[in-house]
Design a protein around this ligand. Structure first.
Ligand code: NAP
Length: 340
């Protein structure tokens, strides 16, 4: 009997090229779900792994953190999913769990049923940006998330908070999660002006041109008494170049800075508390293993929207290489996906 095989889109070495390679079809272990990918979401970490070798254990390597597809098989003890279910999921870390392949195996906690009001393309763009945004709020700043079953119910409730990089996938997700967690707080953000209206529609109280020479004064003028904000979430390492941004933190306030890990070194002034966030930190938090199912429910209820516009970079695994090049050159308020 010939063993069943599946295709992997492997990066052969740092800088590429990629090759489509046939490998034995993997089987899910206990608590795992095997997913046949339909749509793959592309992320900056994918091109950073390819070109910088960031957290690549060895070559050849398979990347991919986001995707949506159909459950192929489930491992022992998995009750919430069955073959044929339409799902979206966090992928990545291990080769067998990465989404740049026909079939990937992930922990059941990474998977959610595709909300009926989302296409596969839309669902494939959500997980890592949502988890990272949630981790910056809940893990790094300790702000409780009211939509998480078994989550913390008490913690800081800042009345003013700034999201740097609101038009990034992580930033636009953070604005929405903050609005759910802090319904009456002042949530400010920075981006290019063409995204301001959209970011206000996601829940930002006000958005500011990130290149304004008066950015600090602009932001402070929108806080009570002009005092500044209590906390900052930096989704795009913008404080690395714009060091004066820390002046927006209110004197006498908690001066908390949540840094989404980007690989860029950021100098933080004395007196500012820095906490670094990774998306996967969510799974070590109380209630965190429900984060993806909670996301699916928020989407179903219309409380969480697809944060950015979506651009399809093409059909077939080969489109991934082109999409990653586009991502490396820089996108604005856009999430790239590939259909397979
Ligand atoms: N630690 C983790 O677990 C984790 C997980 C996911 C992502 N990340 C990292 O988080 C970062 C964001 O990822 P993403 O997918 O959200 O990125 P993205 O959507 O590709 O980010 C593009 C956006 O960044 C904005 N931007 C760039 N520089 C900016 C600045 N100085 N100030 C304000 N906005 C700026 C641009 O805004 P405009 O076009 O409006 O100017 C653009 O819309 C990446 O470095 C990624 O590697 C980390």
């Amino acid at each position: 009997m010939t063993k069943e095989t599946t295709l992997q889109y492997q990066a052969l070495q740092k800088g590429g090229p990629f090759a489509l390679v046939s490998v034995p079809k993997p089987e899910p272990g206990p608590g795992e779900v095997s997913i046949r990918l339909k749509v793959i979401g592309l992320n900056p970490l994918d091109w950073k792994k390819l070109h910088i070798g960031e957290i690549v254990p060895s070559w050849p390597c398979v990347f991919g953190l986001d995707g949506a597809g159909i459950v192929e098989a489930v491992g022992h003890g998995v009750r919430d999913f069955k073959p044929g279910d339409e799902v979206f999921s966090l992928f990545g870390h291990e080769l067998r769990a990465s989404s740049f392949q026909e079939i990937a195996i992930v922990s059941e906690h990474f998977v959610g049923k595709r909300p009926e009001n989302l296409t596969f393309e839309e669902a494939a763009t959500l997980p890592i940006c949502y988890l990272t945004a949630a981790a910056s709020i809940y893990y790094a700043l300790k702000i409780p998330l009211p939509f998480l079953p078994e989550g913390e119910t008490s913690g800081p409730q800042p009345s003013t908070i700034l999201v740097l990089g609101g038009s990034s996938g992580v930033g636009a997700s953070a604005i929405q999660i903050l609005r759910l967690a802090l319904p009456t707080s002042v949530i400010l953000t920075t981006s290019s002006p063409q995204h301001h209206e959209h970011l206000r529609s996601l829940g930002a109280s006000e958005a500011f041109d990130r290149t304004s020479p008066n950015l600090v004064e602009d932001i402070k003028s929108h806080t009570p008494g002009g005092k500044g904000v209590e906390m900052i979430i930096d989704a795009v390492a913008s404080a690395a170049k714009q060091t004066s941004i820390f002046e927006v933190l209110a004197e006498g306030g908690p001066k908390e800075y949540a840094e989404v890990f980007t690989g860029v070194k950021i100098e933080v002034p004395d007196g500012v508390k820095r906490n670094v966030a990774f998306g996967r930190n969510m799974f070590q938090m109380p209630g965190g293993k429900h984060a993806i199912t909670a996301l699916a429910e928020l989407v179903r209820q219309g409380k969480y929207r697809v944060p950015l516009q979506i651009q399809n970079a093409g059909n077939g695994f080969e489109a991934i290489a082109r999409g990653l090049e586009d991502l490396r050159k820089g996108v604005s308020g856009t999430k790239l996906v590939v259909t397979v």
